[in-house]
Ligand binder design. Structure first.
Ligand code: ARG
Length: 602
């Protein structure tokens, strides 16, 4: 059996079958064997493996000695302090081709220098077998990622864009790690706003015939007009409230009008998904409506639901306001739907990890219904266990004026326009660089699209998601600094080095040998090998910026290598071309996981 390093991943392994895995997992496995021999009486101690704080001493270190000392001291033990424990851990480490040498530092830290040959061999193996073989192992088989989730007939704003971009990346990273991901678009397609929308539709088309889509036109305007009607005319308001009842009772005429409104809205946001290359499965709030009574019944049986001021609520310790699950008028709400959806995802879909991507403003909502689910025994009380529910909160998108992001003319931003603008700015930059001469129109378009959309995504993903970020075309489209433009160009440059060498790289993979003689080659090689543990960390902590940081540092390591090591025409040409290719492969995988389309020439 294999347990993970506690420092990095607070996850309990659901299955013990771990072979391979990330570099760090492989090292942890070695140290686990040593720990078992060194302190057989402390079997529940996980190896604590981390990159060396000072690379002078090695690549990785094992930090268990101190913790073990505090456990065993006082008991009859052969050890006289943490240092001897460290010594013993080092001595008992099974022989492995991974490890070149070990040393002890301070109070028993075991430093490990990895074998240069082993690093080189592992990279070459990846080049032959494919980067899928580097996928990290995660302790879950199936996850739900609930993301994007706009509300029908209301505008899809930049917050939904953030959710779409972040959620897609998380889904991609989990999928790469062999987790089956149910990509759920939890659209707001239910609720009282539909009463007024439907009633307004009938008013505009008294025949009861549902209009063609042009007739409704811009749904947002339609929403605003119906809202105004609702707020100003009490008779309309009453009809709208009755319409909700008729809709929920399933009356044909109302269902049809509802479906029609949803369909028009859907066509709008599908355009955004298409531009972004994001795949989602729509399963809106309405889907879970039939499951609400059953879910509430279960919570009721556990004694969780109480009456309060005419509503039915769940009181949560530490919160002033209870979670309302049935409103005064008997209707259900956002929370009742989420409870039913959680029940469904756990029991019908058998998801082990349910991930919700919304702005941080909804944190309280998620905390409250997660707590309710824990008290009901649907989820384990400890967050380190599975099944698990996680809220992935993100900050606001700000304009360059530091206020909520808007465009000059409208209060909000049309997402499609925003993406179009990024693309056309990139196209203009390419034309300015003189590309229109050598490239076909299609190449220009495709590249502008890849770079433009990639820039918007990367600018969002590179920040720690919980902070607000400032939307700036100037910044994100800069070809210097930590931007998608810079990274995509860096990748294209590597491809051109390989092309210009005139060598058949597929042939070299089979016949050539990779070696990492120069220190900058070794640094780059080790960085490549750390890809899996970075993806693992980004997944475990649900932080895409960890992968962005890795990618940016990788391109810096490559630049250092390329500056200091001659590639084409050198004695080490074959080996160095293979290292170039491996860097390009890993960069492409990073782009893929970030939802960015790579470009090959620039
Ligand atoms: N429709 C919601 C909004 O726009 C987001 C839904 C998130 N998912 C969920 N299961 N609550 O704010």
């Amino acid at each position: 059996s294999f347990r993970r390093a506690k420092a990095s991943s607070p996850i309990t392994m659901a299955n013990d079958e771990v072979t391979g895995g990330s570099l760090k997992q492989q090292l942890a496995k070695l140290f686990e064997e040593s720990l078992r021999i060194t302190v057989p009486e402390e079997l529940d101690v996980d190896p604590a493996i981390a990159p060396c704080q000072n690379p002078k001493f090695g690549d990785y270190q094992c930090n268990n000695a101190m913790g073990l000392w505090s456990k065993v001291k006082g008991k009859s033990t052969q050890f006289k302090g943490p240092q001897p424990i460290g010594q013993a851990i080092m001595k008992n480490l099974p022989a492995s081709e991974m490890v070149d040498s070990c040393s002890i530092a301070g109070p028993g830290f075991v430093n490990v220098v990895l074998s240069r040959q082993w690093i080189a061999k592992s990279i070459q193996k990846m080049l032959v077998d494919g980067i899928e073989t580097w996928a990290p192992k995660l302790p879950v088989k199936r996850a739900v990622v609930d993301f994007s989730s706009p509300n029908i007939a209301k505008e899809m704003h930049v917050g939904h864009l953030r959710s779409t971009i972040i959620g897609d990346t998380l889904a991609r990273m989990l999928e790469y790690s062999n987790v089956e991901v149910l990509r759920r678009n939890h659209v707001g397609d239910w609720g009282t706003q539909f009463g007024m929308l439907i009633e307004y539709l009938f008013e505009k088309f008294p025949s009861g015939e549902v209009a063609s889509d042009q007739a409704i036109g811009d749904l947002e305007t339609f929403y605003k007009a119906s809202k105004q009607r609702f707020d100003s005319d009490p008779a309309f308001k009453e009809r709208a409230q009755r319409a909700v009842v008729s809709l929920q009772a399933g009356e044909e005429k109302y269902r049809k009008a509802w479906a029609h409104i949803c369909e028009i809205s859907r066509r709008g946001y599908e355009k955004v998904y298409q531009r972004l290359g994001v795949h989602l499965e729509e399963r809106g709030e309405s889907f879970y409506n039939p499951y609400i009574p059953g879910a509430l019944e279960l919570l009721s049986k556990k004694g969780l639901i109480e009456e309060s001021e005419g509503a039915r609520v769940i009181f949560i310790e530490g919160k002033n306001i209870p979670l309302i699950v049935v409103k005064k008028d008997g209707g259900y709400n956002y929370a009742s739907t989420d409870l039913a959806a959680l029940w469904y995802r756990l029991n019908e879909e058998k998801a082990e990890w349910i991930i919700y991507v919304t702005d941080v403003g909804q944190r309280e909502h998620f905390e409250m219904f997660f707590t309710a689910a824990k008290r009901a025994g649907w989820l384990p009380a400890e967050d380190i266990k599975y099944p698990k529910a996680s809220h992935v909160g993100f900050g606001l998108v700000l304009g360059e004026d530091g206020k909520r992001f808007r465009t000059r003319s409208t209060e909000t931003v049309k997402l499609v326009d925003l993406l179009d603008e990024a693309k056309s700015k990139c196209k203009a930059a390419l034309i300015e660089r003189g590309k229109a001469k050598d490239w076909t129109e299609e190449e220009l378009e495709k590249t502008a699209e890849a770079v433009g959309y990639g820039a918007v995504k990367y600018a969002d993903l590179k920040n720690n998601r919980t902070t607000n970020y400032t939307f700036s075309f100037d910044q994100m489209l800069n070809d210097k600094g930590n931007t998608a433009v810079y990274l995509l160009y860096a990748h294209a440059r590597i491809c051109s080095i390989i092309r210009k060498s005139g060598k058949d790289i597929e042939e070299l993979k089979k016949t050539g040998t990779l070696d990492l003689v120069h220190p900058d080659e070794r640094t780059l090689g080790l960085h490549l090998l750390q890809f899996a543990e970075v993806v693992e960390e980004a997944c475990t902590n649900l932080l895409p910026n960890v992968l962005c940081e890795y990618l940016y540092n990788l391109s810096e390591d490559f630049t250092r290598f390329y500056t200091n090591c001659q590639v084409v025409g050198s004695a080490e040409e074959t080996s160095r071309l293979l290292l170039c290719e491996a860097t390009a492969v890993v960069m492409r995988k990073c782009f893929h996981l970030l939802g960015i389309t790579p470009v090959y020439k620039i």
